[in-house]
Design a protein around this ligand. Structure first.
Ligand SMILES: C[S@@+](CC[C@H](N)C(=O)[O-])C[C@H]1O[C@@H](n2cnc3c(N)ncnc32)[C@H](O)[C@@H]1O
Length: 147
């Protein structure tokens, strides 16, 4: 599952990456115009049947999902990360991977603290490995749900 589709660039990577395992990607986006562009890109990439795009606010859409998901890529507005984390924990299988983008942003501070201190997650932050990204202001975290 992906939170924050935009034009579907990362969704296409996720779909291609899960092709060998006959994986499917559910992606959530609240802007209609973005969703329309993404749908066109999925069709052009020949992936429209592998990707399920739902339009709406990610946290409220997640409330009605049951999962479990193997992987979640979180890339919505950073102010929503902390609230989304509880849903990620509920929806991700034990052993599943949560990848969160832009964790060096100030708005992600409370999320980072919760992720590090919560006993159900084991996580690492990659703040200095991304080319073209300033290490002190951007990066991503990888977290495995261990319980
Ligand atoms: C950084 S972009 C996503 C980029 C995309 N994942 C990629 O790497 O190609 C963030 C997207 O999430 C959407 N978004 C932000 N907050 C959201 C929310 N709470 N619920 C749903 N979509 C949201 C924005 O409209 C925007 O299109």
């Amino acid at each position: 599952m992906e939170l924050g589709t935009a034009t579907g660039y990362s969704t296409i990577y996720l779909a291609r990456g899960s092709e060998a395992a006959q994986g499917r990607v559910l992606t959530l986006e609240h802007e209609d115009r973005m969703a329309q562009r993404a749908r066109l890109n999925f069709a052009r990439a020949g992936l429209d049947r592998q990707i399920d795009l739902r339009v709406g606010e990610a946290i409220s859409l997640m409330s009605s999902l049951t999962g479990p998901f193997d992987l979640i890529f979180m890339d919505i507005d950073k102010e929503g990360y902390l609230e989304a984390l509880a849903h990620c924990q509920r929806l991700l299988k034990v052993g599943g991977l949560l990848i969160t983008d832009n964790v060096g942003f100030r708005g992600a501070l409370d999320f980072n603290q919760e992720l590090f201190s919560h006993p159900h997650w084991r996580s690492v932050q990659l703040l200095s490995f991304l080319p073209q990204h300033a290490p002190e202001t951007d990066g991503l975290s990888l977290a495995v749900r261990i319980k």
